[in-house]
Design a protein around this ligand. Structure first.
Ligand code: 5CA
Ligand code: ZN
Length: 477
């Protein structure tokens, strides 16, 4: 990458949209100049961040799932089997119609999601209750011909980091437990990214095509809009009946299985960048930072002993498994501070001749900018404990930001008033007409019913009938 040419400064995060587009380039996350709309290129630094983020989700899933890999291309006859599913995806799916010059006798869909690639194989693999529960996942690219405004990491036509899990169970209840387990797992995953998420049950008209119901996790972005950063679907036996997936139960009967699927994408990276970033650039939680510590030597005339000390600190931290960079380039220290703050490095260590005399280093934390002198003797423990301080601080700040922007509203006017700030909570009777009227009136979507549901009693904000259901309403990406 050419050294950061003197580019214009990053726009303030207050103009979030410009800040976001600029930080993707300046932070070397994604290059948006690829000549196909909705397809973008990972810079190596961004790809390193993605890898660290996806290592986390793998760690969580691998406790009781197995990773696998299914083909990208799905034959039309399989793709078109499940009516609901087709309706939901038919105007989003890309088709391959030729092999070289010759037209294919069966056209092939590029997977928008992999139910119709996987389930014909599940039919072959599932025979007896002893095979259940089956819990597989894959991390692949998927393709959706999105007609809404495409955005890097947020709404892509090639979703490059689509983690999809597909599980098979003996009963509807077992699958329902798995959906809750998926949401718990996503909440834990996002907690490691210091991102608070709101689980909610999507209204019926917004559930996944072919599902009984959908529970989603939403994050709140700085502009007051929510981003759906993960979803879990109870598929009932809908796909089992379509793809004839049955198992022999202990009584020797053939029974249709019940299934779930749940997915996240690179929106997880979008949320991390957007929620934690600031006017100086990226602020990356230590857990997933490609560079966790940058060491800046402060050199005057004699450089050798300072550089030597920096090398030995680097060695100690690397021995502890910390991702360290020593920036011994001949830029001025100030230019180095600017560069590594832009890249979101959680901890900076400045070491100069005066520090050496006190056998110390100046430790600067990226999230608050606070500086403190630390002894070189226990540099490893000081840095590791600073990582957890930063992780917790980033989460607390984001949690506060979320809680402050969830407003209880008692009228449609209240909701409209609150829309630019964040999420509204209102009573809803659950009736579809009221729901759609509410969405029309306020120009924003019903996100869903908080899950687990809170006990409460009030009047539907549209029809005034008594109800014990509250919903989140917000503008969404
Ligand atoms: N065009 C897109 N760009 C980026 N992320 C997307 C896009 N479409 C969906 N996602 C993300 O992918 C997640 C899963 O997508 S989904 O349609 O809701 N669910 C499925 O496809 C199911 N098969 C579970 S994997 C969504 O929660 C959302 O976070
Ligand atoms: Zn109502």
């Amino acid at each position: 990458m050419a050294e950061q040419e003197k580019e214009a400064a990053l726009p303030s995060k207050a103009s979030f949209s410009e800040w976001y587009n600029d930080i993707l380039h300046k932070g070397e996350i994604m290059d948006v100049r690829y000549p196909v709309k909705g397809l973008y290129v990972w810079y190596p630094f961004g790809f390193n961040l993605r890898r660290n983020v996806y290592d986390l989700i793998r760690e969580l899933l691998d406790k009781d799932h197995q990773e696998t890999l299914f083909p990208l291309l799905i034959p039309e006859n399989e793709f078109m089997k499940e009516a609901e599913h087709i309706k939901g995806f038919e105007d989003e799916v890309y088709w391959v119609t030729h092999g070289g010059m010759s037209p294919l006798d069966v056209k092939l869909a590029l997977r928008p999601t992999s139910e119709t690639a996987i389930y014909p194989m599940y039919k072959l693999w599932v025979r007896s209750h002893a095979d259940l529960p089956l819990k597989l996942y894959q991390i692949v690219n998927t393709f959706r011909y999105e007609t809404k405004h495409t955005r890097p990491l947020i709404r892509l036509r090639e979703i490059t980091s689509f983690k999809e899990a597909h599980t098979v169970h003996a009963t509807w209840e077992d699958a329902a437990v798995q959906v809750d387990e998926a949401i718990r797992l996503y909440t834990e995953f996002y907690r490691k990214l210091a991102i608070p998420v709101l689980p909610s049950k999507r209204p019926d008209w917004d559930k996944f095509p072919g599902a009984d119901y959908t529970i989603a996790t939403d994050a709140l972005m700085p502009d007051g809009k929510t981003l759906q950063v993960g979803t879990a679907h109870h598929l009932g036996d809908n796909f089992a009946k379509t793809f004839d997936i049955q198992y022999e139960n202990p009584e020797g009967e053939q029974v249709y299985v019940h299934q779930t699927c749940y997915g996240i994408s690179e929106r997880s990276v979008a949320a991390l960048i957007s929620i934690h970033g600031d006017d100086k650039g990226l602020v990356i939680p230590p857990e997933v930072a490609p560079v966790q510590v940058v060491i800046i030597p402060i050199i005057f005339k004699e450089a050798a002993d300072v550089l030597q000390a920096c090398e030995s600190v680097k060695g100690k931290l690397e021995a502890a498994g910390i991702r360290v960079k020593l920036d011994a380039s001949d830029n001025r220290p100030g230019a180095k501070y600017y560069k590594w703050e832009l890249k979101g490095v959680p901890v900076r260590l400045e070491i100069g001749p005066r520090d050496l005399k006190n056998n110390a280093a100046m430790m600067v934390r990226r999230d608050t900018g606070e500086k403190q002198q630390i002894s070189l003797d226990n540099i490893r423990d000081e840095v590791l404990s600073m990582f957890s301080v930063i992780q917790d601080n980033l989460y607390e700040k984001a949690k506060q930001g979320l809680d402050q922007r969830i407003m209880e509203c008692i009228s449609l006017a209240d909701i409209k008033e609150n829309l630019s700030k964040g999420i509204s909570k209102v009573f809803w009777c659950g009736d579809k007409d009221c729901g759609l009227r509410l969405e029309d009136e306020v120009g924003a979507g019903i996100l869903g019913i908080p899950s687990p549901q809170e006990s409460c009693r009030g009047k539907c904000v549209v029809c005034e009938t008594d109800t014990d259901t509250k919903v989140y309403v917000a503008r969404t990406y």
